[in-house]
Design a protein. Structure first.
Length: 498
């Protein structure tokens, strides 16, 4: 998420006094992204390349793009029409076109035209010759593909984006409730090992949860039920009974990712994928473009069922998953993911902040009330009361370290503002954003994504599970985002030391 807030959080010690009431789901929601500035103890992380990863078909071979620049002599009405006619007569489909002025020698624009095909094809060579012969055309120049940051082009490419900043059990340090419990640590290692070996096309691993783990789940499940009835949005309340009916949600049963993923795919096309630990913001958001949500399978330590310092199965399944069955929620989640493909680091950070204030901590207006739809709220009874109650109790405010505030400032959802809004990560949120509905949130997020400077406009093909792009681009060699973030982390802590 936003680099300033996150980097502050990751160097703070665990506060045992505040842990008793799950003081902040911010902590684990933040860690889902493991953003640019990460904690120093993650310095041992290294890039893992799996020999078992199956290569995906190159979309450029299946549906190639080419790029021409056509310069014209005069800027006048109709100058583009004969050029377009040439493309149409040649049966060549244009995928992107824009005009630019660049020469003082001529007042005509240069048209940058991307299209389906290859420069070396006979019909393309003939087209270039014919366009060059048009009156008013100064030049026709084939251009090389533009290089863009690596991004997954096929759903199988997600097998390459599972490098984590913690490796699963590594995040259990002296601040973690399970640090001194060797049996818990071995159990975590057992669960994350299945996630590490998972590849696209594999059956989702099923976990045989222990009696202790199920009791931990039950404590959280039952504690949240009353809060959901009071403060969860209507869409969440409508979907939870469906999860109980088709996915095995129950106080005495921890649902399996395989059953949930099958249900979500039938509802909105979303699927779940197991993950062993903390992903970078870029890798996590990129997966949403394919309607894939990374989910942990391990559960918090039973010593304190109402606290966890990182995302666990309670947060994933009780916070995130039910609303992925809602079409509008699924749509804007994928929209954020598509906008993250080959985006700049700054835009990835902005998208992550929008994600933070919507998917993690979003509110909806229902009559005179505000209701929770963000997973960080829905999986925390303290966060729900703080964000939705008209007068949060003093106990709630104390455990959220916001004793001096009466209630949060709730602003109408504006993704442009949310993208640059600072937020704390060790307290409840002083500022939250509220949409009129999930449809309203979808519309506003779509407009925000369109406002970004994007290297191309991608489209997801659910039949082939490929990303189709509008421009002739080539992906730069993949560099582990773990390595990149470790480098940024070193820069951050060196700057802090100065």
């Amino acid at each position: 998420h936003a680099h300033r807030a996150v980097s502050t959080h990751l160097v703070l010690p665990f506060d045992m006094a505040s842990s008793l009431r799950l003081p902040s789901l911010l902590r684990r929601a933040t860690k889902r992204f493991a953003p640019s500035s990460v904690r120093p103890q993650a310095a041992w992380c290294q890039q893992r390349w799996m020999s078992s990863v199956k290569p995906s078909l190159d979309q450029r071979e299946l549906d190639p793009r080419a790029f021409l620049v056509v310069e014209v002599k005069r800027d006048e009405p109709g100058v583009l029409a004969p050029i377009l006619t040439m493309f149409s007569d040649s049966d060549i489909n244009i995928t992107h076109i824009e005009s630019r002025f660049k020469s003082f020698a001529r007042d005509g624009p240069a048209f940058h035209i991307d299209f389906q095909g290859r420069i070396e094809e006979g019909r393309v060579q003939k087209l270039m010759k014919d366009v060059k012969g048009l009156p008013g055309v100064h030049s026709v120049m084939p251009m090389p593909d533009r290089e863009v940051p690596w991004f997954p082009m096929n759903i199988r490419d997600l097998d390459l984006t599972t490098d984590t900043l913690d490796g699963g059990t590594a995040l259990i340090n002296e601040d973690h409730p399970g640090f001194s419990d060797l049996a818990y640590r071995r159990r975590r290692d057992e669960i994350v090992s299945a996630a590490k070996s998972f590849r696209h096309g594999d059956r989702l691993p099923r976990v045989k949860y222990t009696e202790t783990e199920t009791k931990t789940w039950q404590a959280v499940y039952e504690r949240l039920q009353d809060c959901h009835r009071q403060w969860a949005c209507t869409e969440y309340l409508e979907m939870l009974p469906q999860m109980e009916k088709f996915c095995g949600y129950a106080p005495n049963n921890i649902p399996q990712l395989e059953d949930i993923s099958d249900f979500l795919q039938q509802r909105t096309g979303f699927t779940l994928r197991p993950i062993s630990g903390l992903l970078s913001a870029r890798d996590f958001l990129n997966a949403l473009a394919f309607r894939v949500f990374y989910s942990t399978q391990y559960i918090r330590h039973d010593g304190n069922p109402f606290y966890t310092p990182e995302p666990d199965v309670c947060h994933e399944l009780l916070g995130h998953v039910p609303l992925f069955a809602n079409p509008a929620f699924a749509e804007f989640s994928q929209e954020i993911g598509l906008a993250s493909l080959a985006a700049s680091d700054d835009d990835v950070a902005r998208l992550a902040s929008v994600y933070w204030f919507t998917v993690e901590f979003g509110l909806l207006r229902e009559g005179n009330d505000v209701k929770a739809f963000g997973a960080g709220l829905l999986s925390s009874f303290g966060e729900m009361e703080w964000s939705c109650a008209k007068n949060p109790s003093q106990e709630c405010r104390d455990m959220g370290s916001v004793s001096k505030l009466i209630r949060p400032e709730v602003r109408p959802l504006d993704p442009l503002q949310a993208a640059k809004q600072d937020y704390p990560i060790t307290t409840y949120q002083p500022v939250l954003f509220c949409a009129d509905s999930l449809i309203d949130a979808q519309h506003k997020i779509s407009l925000f994504c369109d406002s970004l400077t994007r290297p191309f406009f991608p489209q997801y093909d659910p039949l082939t599970q490929n990303i189709c792009v509008t421009k002739a681009v080539r992906r730069a060699p993949r560099v582990s985002t773990v390595d990149l973030q470790m480098e940024k982390q070193r820069d951050y802590f060196e700057a802090k030391a100065e």
